[in-house]
Design a protein around this ligand. Structure first.
Ligand SMILES: [Zn+2]
Length: 122
């Protein structure tokens, strides 16, 4: 097994937490003990980002003229995005750093949240 590529962190994301060389997106959910759950979205931050037009990666305000959406083919057909937008630089970083967007994995962890929390004794 080879180590995944770790892209350089853009200045815009320099203040975000980093795990394994990768920036933790602003919208990433956390467990009750504070650990990040990559691939899982914090519901309240998702709503905040959609309502206030914030970038899901850095949490900063978006420029309405330059928003990038990561969309599935089915979302494109319906012209709907269930995920908040991103700054172009944050989207470029996510596309190269996120194992799912970069195509290095095809699915997120299959363990249900309840089982993960039970493992933590929560
Ligand atoms: Zn951003």
């Amino acid at each position: 097994m080879t180590a995944p590529d770790v892209p350089a962190i853009p200045v815009r994301l320099a203040r975000r937490p980093v795990i394994g060389g990768l920036v933790v997106p602003w919208i990433t959910a956390r467990t009750p003990d504070g650990r990040y759950r990559f691939g899982n979205v914090d519901y309240h931050r998702q709503l905040e980002a959609l309502r206030d037009r914030l970038c899901q990666t850095c949490g900063g305000p978006l420029d309405p003229a330059r928003i990038v959406f990561a969309m599935r083919d089915s979302d494109l057909r319906a012209f709907i995005s269930h995920e908040p937008g991103m700054h172009p630089v944050c989207a470029a970083y996510s596309a190269s750093g996120c194992p799912m967007l970069a195509g290095r994995i095809s699915h997120y962890r299959a363990t249900p949240l309840a089982a993960q929390l039970a493992d933590l004794g929560v």
